[in-house]
Design a protein around this ligand. Structure first.
Ligand code: NAD
Length: 260
């Protein structure tokens, strides 16, 4: 059903976004990849995905903290592929520190990349989706869109904001065949999580092994990290006919975390 459609996945040069992009490519969906990284490695990734799955794969390095670059990316993607049917807002960063020490620049960057970029892409994507009478807006939020953890004030704020935005947009496009949902992952062992382990250890005065066992997986009753393939499977499901009435909500993929 989604074969031949076009998807743009922000932050898809690594981790969850890359997994979601690959999940769509397997279904025959053309892609725009976005994110940072080594130019040669990104080109290898782009070309490899295109030839492996026989789909068009473009890349745009727009900085998700820059509204002008986001607008340019959305215009170019629509022009190059003929319109974006599936938008996945996934780019995100993290910083762990007590609120009284939280660096101002980190606060601004997290709000811009994790939350405001979702507004800047969505506002550009919605008119085409409405005109086609079909579209899927998928926001990769977090368990931290629903509950909090200490030392993550900017991240938790940004993800709660994404959840509010998801519900609002869902109501606005509900009669147009367009759904808007958030996927709320628990801990997935991607570079974003690996990088926060040392800071969490410092903030809590414990070892990095203790952070993994007693802080991260302590929150997940399954005691297992979620995999990128599991998140990708949910994103593909949200684009199926079976998910057409799922809108304005969150799908938690976090091993029971928020059941506590
Ligand atoms: P990651 O660090 O592996 O990947 C992040 C991606 O975002 C990369 O492609 C990176 O280049 C890109 N990116 C970062 N800043 C950017 C910017 N300014 N402009 C454009 N691209 C930018 O992280 P991940 O764990 O895959 O996280 C992806 C999303 O999933 C984030 O929104 C994150 O908050 C969310 N999430 C992750 C976890 C987890 O445990 N890993 C849990 C819940 C939610």
């Amino acid at each position: 059903m989604i074969k031949g459609k076009n998807a743009l996945v922000t932050g898809s040069t690594s981790g969850i976004g890359l997994g979601i992009a690959e999940g769509f490519a397997k279904e025959g969906v053309n892609l725009v990849l976005n994110g940072f990284g080594n130019a040669a490695e990104i080109e290898t990734l782009r070309a490899g995905m295109a030839s492996k799955y026989g789909v068009k794969v473009l890349y745009d390095g727009a900085d998700m903290s820059n509204p002008g670059q986001i607008e340019a990316m959305m215009r170019k993607a629509a022009a190059d592929l003929g319109g974006i049917d599936i938008l996945v807002n996934n780019a995100g960063i993290q910083h762990v520190a007590p609120v009284e020490d939280f660096p101002l620049a980190k606060w601004d960057a997290i709000i811009a990349i994790n939350m405001s970029s979702t507004f800047h892409t969505t506002r550009m994507a919605v008119p085409y989706m409405k005109s086609k009478g079909w579209g899927r807006l998928i926001n990769v939020a977090s368990a931290h869109a629903l509950v909090a953890s200490p030392f993550k004030s900017a991240y938790v704020t940004s993800k709660h904001g994404v959840m509010g935005f998801t519900k609002t947009v869902a109501l606005e496009v509900a009669e147009n065949g367009v759904t808007c949902n958030a996927i709320c992952p628990g801990y997935v062992l991607t570079p974003l999580v690996e990088m926060q382990i040392p800071d969490t250890a410092k903030a809590r005065g414990i070892t990095e092994e203790q952070v993994k066992r007693d802080v991260l997986l302590a929150a997940q009753p399954t005691k297992q990290f979620v995999t990128v393939e599991q998140i990708a499977g949910v994103a593909v499901f949200l684009c199926s006919d079976a998910a057409a009435s799922i809108t304005g909500t969150n799908i938690s993929v976090e091993g029971g975390w928020t059941a506590h």
